[in-house]
Design a protein around this ligand. Structure first.
Ligand code: M6R
Length: 614
């Protein structure tokens, strides 16, 4: 939540670069935005409620164009509504310090009270303003900004990534610090940049330094000094990013979500194909901690995640139980962290997360480890907190996912958990090499089928269906077995980006209540594939039709397709991977409906890409 950027240059101007960086980070929050620059011996601030465009308009007068040092912020409100007053940067009472923040200051009320007693007047509702006021207090006249930031952070409980600039004393210095949310630096000749996400740095450099918790960094043009909380120097080597500016853009697609849906066949290949040995009948992970003895020792898997990643966990549970014969349980990370689960050392607690920064997921995995389980992760961001904290991890290779609605990450998670289930099954002897060879061949076949499914023809068909259904009363998504989580995901996609009411249900559960919703004007999406449950799904579909409900059938079962009002035929696949195919049309359906409803597809209201608060 919230994106922060900063830059200091020896020559030239920072403003355009700050705005570019904020554009790349807007997925992190987009209810207000602001910048602060050091110019003409003072700190100048511009902030606006609403999208970045409003800020760009407010800056169009050119008054801040010459600044060589500045910070910027794009907000997802936590404390106080998304108004201009609550937008970042915040300043101290003297207006000498400007500060941007991502995270939560837990003891801000007591600090605020203390400052109020000293006569400080607060103008915003935010926890961040406390930080700005404290830095101002510790800075004194001509003081050392880094020392003032360290003194401030010593008073603070919570988690944060911050960046500050001050006018007297360190006129050409930016100070930033991290405790929790990510922060990275890019140092170039004559300049230094900071950002919440390397995506905002790739246009300056691909060599990036990731700060660790407790680090405070001082940035000057061409240099950066990283210290710990007491000012002692620490070494943080630069990492060469694999992403480039092109991957971070949306190319010729109108939305990131559509681009990311169409990237899925390649994502599948990147995630899977280097890890499979079809001849030997083996899965090979380059990541450490998945050696055969380790895999054999797994007696139970506790899957933990939020949102879409949690639905991937539900698919993973089917794969682990069905292929490896290992009991697998799924919980919402936000629920798990507040119950008293029973775990043992032979339990693999496996967190799945695209960002690796989801607060509930991190807390749940920490708890699982405290309770004795081994902490594993499936994650898309190598530098994330989740990957750094896990005992063992598997990377998904989805590349940057910018659209707030997760799509390609889901597919890469399902493919990774499939590989894990096959590897565990092989290690435990549940699967023999012959069977593994077959399962890996199934995986190989999936890519062309997914590519075929994502053809222009399918998209046009789905667009036509969306045209007829974009203003219905509501949607019910039904699926059975491994397709039940796909039904949940279809409903989540639709509500996230089109704001229509949609519910996902196990198809067999419909008659126990949700059937009361069925009437003309209510659309039911049924996932119906060939297989042992096909007949049962067909009869659920008939029950909907008998009550006047409209049915969109997505799947490979000809009997169900013949009964439906609208059909999206999906190629057949092995049941353990079939969700990869059945989810793609649901993603496109949500997209096409949202488009027709005029919604902001990549930045749906009230959401943010990674939820780093509770
Ligand atoms: O980064 P994570 O995978 O941990 O995020 C989990 C959820 O917040 C995320 O999947 C969310 O539900 C998406 N907006 C779904 O499209």
């Amino acid at each position: 939540m919230c994106g922060i950027v900063g830059a200091v240059l020896s020559e030239g101007a920072v403003l355009e670069g700050l705005l570019d960086g904020l554009r790349a980070l807007e997925y992190r929050g987009y209810d207000s935005a602001g910048v602060a620059v050091g110019i003409e011996g003072g700190v100048s601030i511009r902030r606006q409620a609403g999208r970045l465009e409003s800020l760009e308009q407010a800056l169009a007068d050119g008054a801040l164009d010459g600044a060589r040092i500045g910070i910027g912020h794009t907000r997802w409100a936590t404390h106080g509504p998304p108004t201009e007053i609550n937008a970042h940067p915040h300043t101290d009472a003297g207006g000498r310090v400007a500060l941007v923040h991502n995270g939560i200051i837990e003891n801000y009320l007591e600090l605020r009270e203390e400052l109020c007693e000293e006569g400080v007047e607060f103008v915003s509702d935010t926890d961040t303003e406390v930080l700005a006021q404290l830095v101002g207090r510790y800075l004194g006249r001509g003081g050392d900004l880094a020392a003032a930031v360290r003194a401030t952070l010593a008073r603070v409980r919570g988690y944060y990534a911050i960046a500050a600039l001050a006018i007297d004393g360190d006129g050409d210095t930016l100070v930033c610090a991290r405790q929790g949310p990510p922060l990275c630096l890019g140092i170039v000749a004559g300049g230094a940049h900071l950002a919440s996400d390397p995506l905002a740095l790739v246009r300056h450099t691909r060599e990036v330094v990731f700060l660790e918790d407790g680090d405070v960094a001082v940035l000057r043009p061409g240099s950066c000094e990283v210290t710990d909380g007491s000012g002692g120097a620490v070494e943080r080597p630069a990492v060469l990013l694999e992403i480039d500016a092109e991957q971070a853009g949306r190319g010729s697609y109108p939305h990131f979500m559509l681009k990311e849906i169409h990237e899925q066949p390649d994502v599948l290949a990147r995630t899977a194909f280097d890890r499979i040995d079809e001849v030997g009948g083996e899965v090979r992970f380059v990541e450490e901690g998945w050696e055969v003895e380790r895999l054999r020792a797994i007696e139970r898997v506790q899957l933990l995640a939020c949102g879409t990643a949690r639905y991937a966990c539900q698919v993973a549970a089917f794969q682990l139980e069905g292929l490896a014969g290992v009991p697998a349980e799924v919980d919402y990370a936000s629920e798990f962290r507040y119950r008293s689960p029973c775990l043992s050392p032979d339990t693999l607690a496996l967190a799945i997360s695209q960002s690796g920064e989801t607060a509930d997921t991190l807390a749940a995995l920490r708890l699982a480890r405290e309770l004795g389980a081994r902490a594993g992760a499936i994650c898309n961001v190598p530098e994330s907190t989740l990957v750094r904290e896990a005992d063992c991890f598997l990377m998904t290779c989805a590349g940057p996912e910018i659209g707030v609605a997760s799509t390609k990450a889901f597919v890469s998670q399902i493919v990774t958990s499939y590989l894990l289930a096959v590897a565990v099954g092989r290690a435990r002897g549940t699967l023999d090499p012959e069977r593994v060879r077959g399962l890996l061949a199934d995986l190989r076949l999936l890519r062309p089928r997914l590519a075929q499914l994502l053809s222009r023809e399918t998209q046009e068909r789905i667009a036509a269906i969306a045209e007829r259904h974009h203003d219905v009363k509501g949607f019910l998504f039904l699926g059975r077995g491994i397709h039940y989580p796909v039904a949940l995901e279809g409903a989540l996609k639709l509500k996230e980006i089109s704001y229509m009411h949609a519910e996902g249900y196990p198809a067999g559960e419909m008659k126990h209540g949700p059937i009361a919703l069925i009437e003309p004007g209510m659309t039911t999406v049924v996932i119906a594939n060939k297989g042992p449950l096909a007949e049962k799904v067909r009869s659920n579909l008939e029950q909907v039709r008998a009550r006047g409900g409209q049915v969109i059938c997505v799947g490979s079962d000809p009997g169900s397709l013949a009964l439906a009002d609208e059909t999206i035929e999906v190629p057949q696949a092995t049941p353990w991977l079939a969700p990869v195919l059945s989810v793609a049309p649901l993603q496109l359906l949500a997209y096409e409906i949202a488009l027709r409803r005029g919604c902001d597809i990549d930045k749906p209201r009230n959401l943010a890409k990674s939820v780093t608060v509770e």
